[in-house]
Design a protein around this ligand. Structure first.
Ligand code: O7M
Length: 220
């Protein structure tokens, strides 16, 4: 059973490098209407450490994903995940290419959702990770992870992988606006959530634009 529901929504990437501003933004976004999730990644974590997760959790009901893109040996990977869950993360993100035992070590904690990166958005992703996306599907299906990350910039990858995934695994797709895809592109090809950073936190009214984007994906 996942904490994050498999339904259309927007993941807001809080990649702001000023932690005070990020907390202020999270406060402004508290009353968002719709299915929203926050993603806290390394740029923000580097400012204030894992405590930034607890800080944002305290002021908002919106579920939090810790995006450490964990990619270490099982012992270290599960320790990183544990710290994030204990700080209040509802989900953590781990790289799929590191192998089954790493993903298992985090699943065994049984503390929250586990989301696995099986494809990426940048041009260099076509060198190594995207060609093995189908192989990574086998692992995520067998292990019963909660979600996967697939690139909105490569709709053909989402449309070929989505039907192969176990039906309760949700798909989250970054690459919207700043990286070239349009809002709704990933949902149209089979994703459940679109991950959006700069186009929301860089907007003059982030709450308004986030709700506008949500409306687009909800009405597709
Ligand atoms: O909308 P942006 O481009 O400002 O931000 C995109 C976010 O998605 C940012 O937080 C990236 O770390 C993340 N992301 C990618 O852009 N590409 C990927 O292939 C994978 C991710 C990601 O979220 O992986 C978990």
């Amino acid at each position: 059973m996942s904490i994050i529901e498999k339904k259309r929504g927007i993941v807001i990437a809080l990649d702001i490098t000023d932690a005070d501003l990020a907390v202020e933004l999270a406060r402004q976004l508290c009353g968002l209407e719709g299915n929203f999730i926050f993603k806290i990644g390394r740029p923000l974590e580097m400012q204030r450490g894992y405590k930034i997760i607890s800080e944002i959790k305290k002021i908002s009901q919106i579920p939090i994903i810790y995006d450490g893109k964990i990619a270490d040996i099982p012992y270290i990977s599960s320790r990183i995940a544990q710290i994030a869950y204990e700080a209040g993360a509802d989900a953590v993100i781990v790289h799929g290419f590191v192998g089954r035992d790493v993903i298992e070590s985090i699943l065994e904690l049984n503390r929250g959702d586990v989301i696995v990166v099986i494809g990426m958005t940048h041009p260099g992703a076509s060198q190594y990770i995207n060609p093995i996306a189908k192989q990574l599907v086998e692992i995520v299906n067998i292990l019963g992870v909660n979600g996967v990350v697939l690139p909105a910039t490569k709709p053909e990858i989402i449309s070929s992988i989505a039907p192969m995934l176990e039906k309760d695994i949700y798909i989250m797709s970054p690459g919207i606006k700043a990286q070239g895809a349009e809002v709704g592109d990933a949902i149209k090809t089979g994703a459940d959530y679109e991950i959006i950073g700069r186009a929301i936190y860089g907007a003059s009214n982030p709450k308004k634009i986030a709700e506008e984007f949500y409306k687009i994906v909800r009405l597709l």
